[in-house]
Design a protein. Structure first.
Ligand code: NI
Ligand code: MN
Length: 233
């Protein structure tokens, strides 16, 4: 995989920190304090410029409010989700919807479809968080990364391939709440990625899918298994 100055760090589950070619820090689906796979030394986020939230579930936005208030990044998500975050004191939200692209700092962010639910747990209430989404991020060096969020496989992943052609795809493979390896292999047929970074597996016992299972099904795709805390550049 060619990253040309981008650094990707997996913080476990669906949480990634990405350093852009211009030195900005992007956090996708911030969930660190309660994340059993996030290394201790990574739980105290020291710097973040942009946060992308795929949907309202706690294992994706668990630390969005605290990090958003502490570091004042631009926080991108569905309008309903952004409205909730704003109500909790996050200042710089930038709501968007599927099919749209916005420039945030030195990256272009496109919100794309996902098939999943998106309730926000707020005390004893469950609040509507808008639809679940994924993101295609285009960096200033031309590299494009697709983070699928939580989703099943869906036929319109072919549209994501046709329009954006992301060479690196972060796909959930854990099964139970999202795709498992069988469905992720079909997603590879639609997305035609060079590299897949598996995510959303192994965090809890029910998330049984493993990178090796996917690798067997897609011999022509680089399945890049990361260790939590590992950085690739
Ligand atoms: Ni979810
Ligand atoms: Mn999830």
């Amino acid at each position: 995989m060619k990253l040309n100055g981008i650094k990707i760090t997996w913080l476990g589950h669906a949480t990634f920190r990405i350093e852009t070619p211009q030195g900005k820090t992007l956090l996708i689906d911030p969930w660190v304090t309660g994340n059993p796979k996030c290394p201790e030394q990574e739980k105290n986020i020291s710097k973040v410029d942009v946060i992308l939230c795929t949907h309202g579930h706690g294992d994706h936005i668990g630390d969005a409010v605290e990090i958003g208030k502490k570091h004042n990044p631009v926080v991108v998500g569905m309008p309903e989700l952004c409205g909730w975050l704003e109500g909790k004191g996050v200042k710089r939200v930038s709501g968007m919807n599927k099919g749209g692209t916005q420039t945030v700092g030195d990256i272009k962010v496109t919100m794309v479809h996902a098939e999943h639910s998106s309730g926000i747990e707020d005390g004893s209430q469950m609040i509507y968080g808008g639809q679940a989404a994924g993101y295609v991020v285009e960096f200033s060096n031309g590299v494009k990364i697709y983070h699928a969020g939580d989703t099943c496989v869906f036929g319109d992943m072919a549209i994501i391939c046709d329009i954006y052609a992301p060479e690196i795809c972060m796909l959930p493979i854990g099964d139970h709440y999202t795709m498992g390896p069988r469905e992720a292999a079909y997603a590879c047929k639609l997305l035609k990625p060079k590299t897949v970074i598996p995510m959303h597996y192994g965090t809890f016992p029910v998330l049984t899918g493993r990178p090796a299972d996917l690798r067997k099904l897609v011999p022509d795709v680089e399945v890049r298994e990361m260790k939590p805390g590992e950085t690739i550049s």
